[in-house]
Design a binder for this molecule. Structure first.
Ligand SMILES: [Zn+2]
Length: 333
Protein backbone atom coordinates (compact mmCIF):
# COMPACT_ATOMS: atom_id res chain seq x y z
CA UNK A 1 0.00 0.00 0.00
CA UNK A 2 1.25 3.47 -0.87
CA UNK A 3 0.05 6.57 1.00
CA UNK A 4 0.38 9.90 -0.85
CA UNK A 5 -0.19 13.15 1.05
CA UNK A 6 -0.63 16.08 -1.33
CA UNK A 7 0.07 19.57 0.02
CA UNK A 8 0.45 23.11 -1.26
CA UNK A 9 4.20 22.81 -1.85
CA UNK A 10 5.15 19.16 -1.36
CA UNK A 11 3.94 15.59 -1.55
CA UNK A 12 4.86 13.13 1.17
CA UNK A 13 4.78 9.38 0.57
CA UNK A 14 4.87 6.25 2.68
CA UNK A 15 4.57 2.48 2.27
CA UNK A 16 2.43 0.20 4.41
CA UNK A 17 2.71 -3.57 4.12
CA UNK A 18 -0.22 -5.99 4.27
CA UNK A 19 0.39 -6.69 7.95
CA UNK A 20 -0.03 -2.99 8.76
CA UNK A 21 3.62 -2.01 9.29
CA UNK A 22 5.09 1.17 7.80
CA UNK A 23 8.25 0.49 5.78
CA UNK A 24 9.37 4.13 5.78
CA UNK A 25 10.35 5.82 9.02
CA UNK A 26 10.63 9.49 8.10
CA UNK A 27 9.39 12.08 5.66
CA UNK A 28 9.78 11.38 1.92
CA UNK A 29 8.98 14.71 0.34
CA UNK A 30 8.94 15.73 -3.32
CA UNK A 31 7.55 18.93 -4.94
CA UNK A 32 3.75 18.83 -5.39
CA UNK A 33 3.61 21.44 -8.20
CA UNK A 34 -0.13 21.99 -7.60
CA UNK A 35 0.16 25.61 -8.74
CA UNK A 36 1.12 24.40 -12.24
CA UNK A 37 -2.30 22.79 -12.69
CA UNK A 38 -3.71 19.25 -12.57
CA UNK A 39 -1.69 17.60 -15.37
CA UNK A 40 1.66 18.57 -13.88
CA UNK A 41 0.46 17.83 -10.33
CA UNK A 42 -0.72 14.29 -11.21
CA UNK A 43 2.68 13.61 -12.77
CA UNK A 44 4.27 14.90 -9.55
CA UNK A 45 2.16 12.41 -7.53
CA UNK A 46 3.29 9.54 -9.79
CA UNK A 47 6.90 10.68 -9.30
CA UNK A 48 6.38 10.71 -5.51
CA UNK A 49 5.11 7.13 -5.71
CA UNK A 50 8.03 5.97 -7.88
CA UNK A 51 10.53 7.72 -5.57
CA UNK A 52 9.24 5.97 -2.46
CA UNK A 53 9.26 2.61 -4.27
CA UNK A 54 12.84 3.20 -5.39
CA UNK A 55 13.92 4.06 -1.84
CA UNK A 56 12.71 0.70 -0.54
CA UNK A 57 13.57 -1.42 -3.59
CA UNK A 58 9.89 -2.29 -4.22
CA UNK A 59 8.34 -2.38 -7.70
CA UNK A 60 5.08 -0.93 -9.04
CA UNK A 61 3.86 -4.49 -9.51
CA UNK A 62 4.09 -4.97 -5.72
CA UNK A 63 1.58 -2.18 -5.07
CA UNK A 64 -1.98 -3.34 -4.41
CA UNK A 65 -3.68 0.01 -3.74
CA UNK A 66 -2.92 3.70 -3.23
CA UNK A 67 -4.34 6.07 -0.63
CA UNK A 68 -4.40 9.75 -1.55
CA UNK A 69 -5.20 12.72 0.63
CA UNK A 70 -5.36 16.41 -0.31
CA UNK A 71 -6.54 19.57 1.40
CA UNK A 72 -10.29 20.11 0.95
CA UNK A 73 -12.87 21.02 0.11
CA UNK A 74 -13.47 18.02 -2.12
CA UNK A 75 -16.16 15.38 -2.47
CA UNK A 76 -15.94 11.98 -0.76
CA UNK A 77 -14.44 10.48 -3.93
CA UNK A 78 -11.89 13.20 -4.56
CA UNK A 79 -13.52 15.75 -6.84
CA UNK A 80 -12.14 19.20 -5.95
CA UNK A 81 -14.83 21.73 -5.07
CA UNK A 82 -16.40 23.50 -8.07
CA UNK A 83 -15.67 26.73 -6.23
CA UNK A 84 -11.97 25.87 -6.15
CA UNK A 85 -10.02 25.91 -2.90
CA UNK A 86 -7.11 27.64 -1.21
CA UNK A 87 -4.63 25.02 -2.37
CA UNK A 88 -6.05 24.52 -5.84
CA UNK A 89 -6.35 28.02 -7.25
CA UNK A 90 -5.89 27.46 -10.99
CA UNK A 91 -9.27 27.36 -12.80
CA UNK A 92 -8.49 23.88 -14.20
CA UNK A 93 -8.72 22.47 -10.66
CA UNK A 94 -12.38 23.41 -10.21
CA UNK A 95 -14.44 20.24 -10.28
CA UNK A 96 -11.32 18.20 -11.11
CA UNK A 97 -11.44 14.50 -10.20
CA UNK A 98 -7.99 14.15 -8.65
CA UNK A 99 -8.63 10.59 -7.41
CA UNK A 100 -9.91 9.37 -10.77
CA UNK A 101 -7.06 11.05 -12.66
CA UNK A 102 -4.40 9.40 -10.49
CA UNK A 103 -6.14 6.03 -10.72
CA UNK A 104 -6.23 6.30 -14.52
CA UNK A 105 -2.54 7.23 -14.68
CA UNK A 106 -1.42 4.42 -12.36
CA UNK A 107 -3.84 1.67 -13.34
CA UNK A 108 -4.18 0.93 -9.60
CA UNK A 109 -7.11 1.43 -7.22
CA UNK A 110 -6.86 4.84 -5.53
CA UNK A 111 -8.76 5.61 -2.30
CA UNK A 112 -9.32 9.28 -1.45
CA UNK A 113 -9.81 11.22 1.76
CA UNK A 114 -9.23 14.82 2.81
CA UNK A 115 -6.13 15.66 4.84
CA UNK A 116 -8.00 16.21 8.11
CA UNK A 117 -9.71 12.83 7.80
CA UNK A 118 -6.38 11.17 6.93
CA UNK A 119 -4.70 12.58 10.05
CA UNK A 120 -7.72 11.56 12.16
CA UNK A 121 -7.53 8.00 10.81
CA UNK A 122 -3.80 7.80 11.52
CA UNK A 123 -4.24 9.15 15.08
CA UNK A 124 -6.94 6.56 15.70
CA UNK A 125 -4.97 3.55 14.43
CA UNK A 126 -1.72 4.69 16.04
CA UNK A 127 -3.43 5.13 19.40
CA UNK A 128 -5.57 1.99 19.44
CA UNK A 129 -3.47 -0.45 17.39
CA UNK A 130 -5.22 -3.82 17.14
CA UNK A 131 -8.21 -2.41 19.06
CA UNK A 132 -8.80 0.24 16.33
CA UNK A 133 -11.73 -1.53 14.68
CA UNK A 134 -13.56 -1.71 18.01
CA UNK A 135 -13.05 1.94 18.98
CA UNK A 136 -14.22 5.44 18.02
CA UNK A 137 -12.52 8.83 18.14
CA UNK A 138 -12.81 12.51 17.25
CA UNK A 139 -9.83 14.53 16.03
CA UNK A 140 -9.43 18.31 15.84
CA UNK A 141 -6.41 19.37 13.77
CA UNK A 142 -5.50 23.03 14.19
CA UNK A 143 -3.84 24.48 11.08
CA UNK A 144 -4.68 27.31 8.69
CA UNK A 145 -8.25 26.11 9.26
CA UNK A 146 -9.61 23.58 11.74
CA UNK A 147 -9.71 20.13 10.15
CA UNK A 148 -10.16 16.71 11.61
CA UNK A 149 -12.60 13.90 11.49
CA UNK A 150 -14.73 11.34 13.23
CA UNK A 151 -13.72 7.68 13.25
CA UNK A 152 -16.18 4.91 14.12
CA UNK A 153 -15.15 1.26 14.25
CA UNK A 154 -11.78 2.16 12.74
CA UNK A 155 -13.33 3.87 9.68
CA UNK A 156 -13.74 7.57 8.91
CA UNK A 157 -17.38 8.71 8.88
CA UNK A 158 -17.63 10.21 5.38
CA UNK A 159 -21.25 11.24 5.05
CA UNK A 160 -23.55 11.34 2.03
CA UNK A 161 -21.70 14.21 0.35
CA UNK A 162 -18.33 13.55 1.99
CA UNK A 163 -18.80 16.36 4.48
CA UNK A 164 -19.20 14.53 7.77
CA UNK A 165 -16.70 15.37 10.46
CA UNK A 166 -16.17 18.96 9.28
CA UNK A 167 -15.66 19.87 12.91
CA UNK A 168 -14.32 23.35 12.17
CA UNK A 169 -17.69 24.56 10.97
CA UNK A 170 -19.73 23.36 13.92
CA UNK A 171 -21.18 26.28 15.90
CA UNK A 172 -20.02 26.41 19.50
CA UNK A 173 -21.45 28.46 22.41
CA UNK A 174 -19.61 31.78 22.69
CA UNK A 175 -21.02 32.86 26.08
CA UNK A 176 -18.24 32.60 28.64
CA UNK A 177 -15.64 32.07 25.92
CA UNK A 178 -15.54 35.65 24.61
CA UNK A 179 -14.73 38.60 26.82
CA UNK A 180 -17.34 41.34 27.31
CA UNK A 181 -17.07 43.53 24.21
CA UNK A 182 -15.07 40.98 22.18
CA UNK A 183 -16.58 40.80 18.67
CA UNK A 184 -18.18 37.48 17.63
CA UNK A 185 -15.48 35.77 15.52
CA UNK A 186 -16.20 35.16 11.85
CA UNK A 187 -15.13 32.19 9.71
CA UNK A 188 -14.19 32.18 6.02
CA UNK A 189 -17.07 29.72 5.46
CA UNK A 190 -19.56 32.48 6.23
CA UNK A 191 -20.53 31.36 9.74
CA UNK A 192 -20.01 33.45 12.83
CA UNK A 193 -18.97 31.69 16.02
CA UNK A 194 -18.01 28.26 14.68
CA UNK A 195 -15.03 26.33 16.07
CA UNK A 196 -12.64 27.33 13.26
CA UNK A 197 -13.37 31.04 13.77
CA UNK A 198 -11.49 30.69 17.08
CA UNK A 199 -9.32 27.57 16.89
CA UNK A 200 -7.28 28.04 13.70
CA UNK A 201 -4.39 30.16 12.46
CA UNK A 202 -6.87 32.13 10.37
CA UNK A 203 -9.16 32.71 13.34
CA UNK A 204 -6.18 33.77 15.42
CA UNK A 205 -5.09 36.26 12.75
CA UNK A 206 -8.49 37.71 11.84
CA UNK A 207 -10.41 37.50 15.12
CA UNK A 208 -8.40 36.82 18.28
CA UNK A 209 -5.21 38.80 17.73
CA UNK A 210 -6.89 42.07 16.63
CA UNK A 211 -9.06 42.02 19.77
CA UNK A 212 -6.37 41.00 22.26
CA UNK A 213 -3.93 43.61 20.91
CA UNK A 214 -6.45 46.25 22.03
CA UNK A 215 -6.25 44.79 25.57
CA UNK A 216 -2.44 44.72 25.73
CA UNK A 217 -1.38 48.11 24.39
CA UNK A 218 2.21 48.36 23.27
CA UNK A 219 2.56 44.58 22.74
CA UNK A 220 5.44 43.66 20.40
CA UNK A 221 3.10 41.85 17.99
CA UNK A 222 1.15 45.07 17.30
CA UNK A 223 3.81 46.18 14.82
CA UNK A 224 4.09 42.83 13.03
CA UNK A 225 2.33 41.96 9.74
CA UNK A 226 -0.89 40.07 10.77
CA UNK A 227 -0.12 36.62 9.26
CA UNK A 228 3.45 36.70 10.59
CA UNK A 229 2.16 37.83 14.00
CA UNK A 230 -0.33 34.95 14.06
CA UNK A 231 2.47 32.47 13.28
CA UNK A 232 4.70 34.02 15.95
CA UNK A 233 2.01 33.83 18.65
CA UNK A 234 2.80 30.22 19.62
CA UNK A 235 6.38 31.14 20.53
CA UNK A 236 5.03 33.86 22.81
CA UNK A 237 2.66 31.32 24.34
CA UNK A 238 5.55 28.96 25.08
CA UNK A 239 7.30 31.81 26.93
CA UNK A 240 4.21 32.54 29.03
CA UNK A 241 3.34 35.86 27.40
CA UNK A 242 -0.02 37.02 28.90
CA UNK A 243 -1.63 38.03 25.56
CA UNK A 244 -0.69 34.74 23.88
CA UNK A 245 -1.85 32.79 26.93
CA UNK A 246 -5.30 34.40 26.64
CA UNK A 247 -5.45 33.62 22.92
CA UNK A 248 -4.49 29.96 23.28
CA UNK A 249 -6.75 29.65 26.30
CA UNK A 250 -9.67 30.71 24.09
CA UNK A 251 -8.59 28.26 21.38
CA UNK A 252 -8.39 25.38 23.88
CA UNK A 253 -11.81 26.29 25.28
CA UNK A 254 -13.24 26.34 21.73
CA UNK A 255 -11.91 22.82 21.07
CA UNK A 256 -13.29 21.63 24.43
CA UNK A 257 -16.73 23.04 23.63
CA UNK A 258 -16.57 21.38 20.21
CA UNK A 259 -15.69 18.05 21.86
CA UNK A 260 -18.62 18.53 24.27
CA UNK A 261 -20.91 18.61 21.23
CA UNK A 262 -19.20 15.53 19.77
CA UNK A 263 -19.62 13.75 23.13
CA UNK A 264 -23.36 14.09 22.67
CA UNK A 265 -23.29 13.04 19.01
CA UNK A 266 -20.94 10.05 18.65
CA UNK A 267 -19.69 9.65 22.28
CA UNK A 268 -16.18 8.56 21.20
CA UNK A 269 -13.56 6.61 23.17
CA UNK A 270 -10.85 9.19 22.43
CA UNK A 271 -10.44 12.89 21.65
CA UNK A 272 -7.31 13.81 19.67
CA UNK A 273 -5.81 17.28 19.18
CA UNK A 274 -3.33 17.83 16.34
CA UNK A 275 -1.65 20.49 14.25
CA UNK A 276 1.03 23.02 15.05
CA UNK A 277 0.49 22.75 18.80
CA UNK A 278 1.93 19.21 18.71
CA UNK A 279 5.30 20.71 17.76
CA UNK A 280 5.23 23.24 20.61
CA UNK A 281 7.41 22.97 23.71
CA UNK A 282 6.20 20.04 25.87
CA UNK A 283 5.05 22.19 28.81
CA UNK A 284 2.94 24.36 26.48
CA UNK A 285 1.50 21.48 24.50
CA UNK A 286 0.55 19.63 27.71
CA UNK A 287 -1.01 22.80 29.15
CA UNK A 288 -3.05 23.19 25.94
CA UNK A 289 -4.28 19.58 25.95
CA UNK A 290 -5.21 19.83 29.66
CA UNK A 291 -7.10 23.06 28.92
CA UNK A 292 -9.02 21.30 26.12
CA UNK A 293 -9.94 18.44 28.48
CA UNK A 294 -10.98 20.89 31.21
CA UNK A 295 -13.38 22.59 28.76
CA UNK A 296 -14.89 19.32 27.55
CA UNK A 297 -18.00 18.55 29.59
CA UNK A 298 -18.51 14.79 29.79
CA UNK A 299 -21.03 12.77 31.77
CA UNK A 300 -19.40 10.73 34.58
CA UNK A 301 -19.89 7.51 32.58
CA UNK A 302 -18.10 9.10 29.60
CA UNK A 303 -15.33 10.65 31.70
CA UNK A 304 -14.43 7.19 33.05
CA UNK A 305 -13.67 5.81 29.58
CA UNK A 306 -12.58 8.88 27.54
CA UNK A 307 -8.96 9.55 26.60
CA UNK A 308 -7.42 12.87 25.50
CA UNK A 309 -4.22 12.69 23.44
CA UNK A 310 -2.18 14.51 20.82
CA UNK A 311 -2.04 13.41 17.17
CA UNK A 312 1.57 12.20 16.76
CA UNK A 313 3.95 12.60 13.79
CA UNK A 314 2.34 15.76 12.41
CA UNK A 315 4.20 15.72 9.08
CA UNK A 316 3.58 12.06 8.37
CA UNK A 317 0.00 11.72 9.64
CA UNK A 318 -1.61 12.48 6.24
CA UNK A 319 0.36 9.97 4.15
CA UNK A 320 0.08 7.30 6.83
CA UNK A 321 -3.67 7.83 7.23
CA UNK A 322 -4.11 7.60 3.45
CA UNK A 323 -2.19 4.31 3.38
CA UNK A 324 -4.33 2.92 6.22
CA UNK A 325 -7.48 3.86 4.24
CA UNK A 326 -6.11 2.02 1.20
CA UNK A 327 -5.39 -1.10 3.25
CA UNK A 328 -8.88 -0.99 4.78
CA UNK A 329 -10.44 -0.68 1.30
CA UNK A 330 -8.40 -3.65 0.10
CA UNK A 331 -9.67 -5.72 3.03
CA UNK A 332 -13.22 -4.66 2.16
CA UNK A 333 -14.10 -2.55 5.17
ZN1 LIG B 1 -16.57 27.92 9.35
Amino acid sequence: MIGLDNGGTSNNATILDLSGDFLVGGLAETPSRVREGPTVAITALVEALDAILLSTGAARADVRAVGLDTPGPASADGVISSKGSTNFMEPEWRGFDVRGALEARLGLPVVYLNDGNAAALYAHHRHFGEQAVARSSASAIIGTGLGGGLVEGGTVIGGAAGMAGELGHVHIPMAGLLEAGQPVPRCNCGFAGDAESVASLTGLELNLLPYWLTQYEGHELAGVEPRAAARAARGYGERGDPLATRIFGQQAMAIGRLFTIVANVTDPDAYFVGGGVVEAAPHFRDWFLDAVAASTTLRPEQARVATFALVPDRDMAGARGAAIAALAALRGH
